[in-house]
Design a protein around this ligand. Structure first.
Ligand SMILES: [Zn+2]
Ligand SMILES: [Zn+2]
Length: 261
């Protein structure tokens, strides 16, 4: 069978503007669109228990746990808590973690501290990390190097930086995940990345409920729409869509040491 993986979605909170999407409906749509596996990403340990409850009985839905750089002040997490949650059955990654200076420069130092502490825990337990980066590429790269994050590897998600950074993190063994932005008219830089990343390092994601791809741009996003990301990449790389789905699913399985079924 053909697998199709959404490597990054936020099923714990599917609210987008005034619209609150129903999780069961969203899961049905995903199934009907051929999405077979999803990684439900956490952004704040305070919301982790609720998120985990929603997905814990869903087959082929995995979870991550971690504090997003824009949430560093939302919840005073402890290392013990992160270690405890990371040991839950379905948790396969630490994330999303990273630096975002685009929306918040005031918390720069805190963001760095929280990023570093979470990388250390990920290394301690040997789980890959999911990195969120925006307008902070030099600091992110420095921390990734200093903290030897390549030992656990992981994903640079919703990649929107330049090829220079892409090349450097690919050299370290990281994967690059492309979101629905690849379908946006003005996102030539992301199409360039999506065309150049070695196929065995490429992942697909929606980042639902945000960043809905064309033809649903501006509306709430959901994992079903990862097929539009696959279609765009198939076009860019002149490959059959099925092939893009197969390769990116195999990448996901390899990174997280999973048997897709
Ligand atoms: Zn993100
Ligand atoms: Zn996200």
């Amino acid at each position: 069978m053909t697998f199709l993986v959404d490597s990054h979605c936020h099923l714990g909170d599917l609210k987008f503007g005034d619209i609150d999407q129903d999780l069961n409906e969203v899961l049905d749509n995903a199934k009907n669109s051929g999405v077979t596996h999803m990684l439900c990403v956490n952004t704040d340990l305070g919301t982790f228990p609720d998120m985990y409850n929603k997905i814990k009985d869903l087959p082929n839905v995995y979870a991550s746990v971690g504090t997003h750089p824009l949430n560093v002040n939302d919840y005073a997490w402890t290392e013990k808590e992160l270690l405890d949650y990371a040991a839950y059955d379905k948790v396969i990654a630490v994330g999303e973690i990273g630096l975002d200076y685009y929306y918040d420069e005031e918390t720069k130092e805190q963001q760095k501290d929280v990023f570093i502490r979470q990388i250390r825990i990920a290394r301690q337990i040997g789980k890959p990390i999911i990195i969120h980066g925006r307008s902070a590429k030099d600091d992110i790269f420095k921390i990734v190097i200093d903290e030897q994050a390549k030992d656990v590897g992981g994903i640079f998600h919703c990649f929107a930086d330049d090829w220079d950074l892409a090349e450097k993190v690919l050299d370290l063994g990281f994967y690059i995940s492309v979101s629905g932005m690849v379908t946006f008219k003005k996102a030539a830089n992301i199409r360039e990345i999506a065309s150049r990343v070695p196929l065995d390092r490429l992942l697909l994601e929606t980042d639902s409920p945000y960043l809905a791809p064309v033809p649903n741009r501006g509306k709430p996003n959901q994992p079903a729409y990862v097929k539009y990301v696959a279609e765009e990449i198939a076009k860019l790389r002149d490959l059959p869509v099925d092939e893009v789905c197969r390769i990116t699913s195999e990448n996901f399985a390899r990174l997280f040491n999973l048997d897709l079924n």
